[in-house]
Write a protein of this length. Structure first.
Length: 135
């Protein structure tokens, strides 16, 4: 079964983000923590990491595409030849106030943000964001 890669909400006021570049190509093997893509919001540019191991099977939002927060931008599959069915179209509506707070309909979120940082070549800390699906 394919794992959805989503555009995380990286700030309280973030409604959409632009995919700046993909660090992996379709068919590449990925591990949790690997940088998948870079996203630019109205305030920052951050790297988004993989949360599952497998293969980056399908990229739905190529570089330069602006997508709504929590939209599926790619799929990771367990095998390199696993078939990914066509995504169901979603309206690009702004997130609700509960979604902006990170809460689902029942007041809880199935996603937990995992912020990490790494040092760039210049020695500065660079934040990276990922969403992890809770059990």
């Amino acid at each position: 079964m394919a794992t959805e890669v989503i555009l995380p909400m990286l700030g309280e006021t973030m409604n959409e983000g632009t995919i700046v570049a993909w660090s992996k190509n379709e068919g590449d093997a990925v591990r949790p923590g690997d940088v998948l893509y870079t996203v630019e919001s109205d305030k920052a540019t951050l790297e988004v990491e993989a949360t599952a191991a497998g293969f980056l099977r399908r990229i739905l939002a190529p570089a330069g595409t602006t997508v709504a927060v929590l939209s599926v931008v790619a799929y990771i599959t367990a095998t390199p030849d696993e078939i990914v069915s066509a995504p169901t179209p979603r309206a690009a509506a702004a997130p609700t106030s509960m979604q902006r707070c990170g809460l689902g309909p029942g007041g809880s979120s199935p996603w937990a943000p995992a912020m990490t940082s790494s040092r760039s070549a210049s020695g500065r800390r660079s934040p990276r964001a990922a969403l992890t699906r809770l059990p």
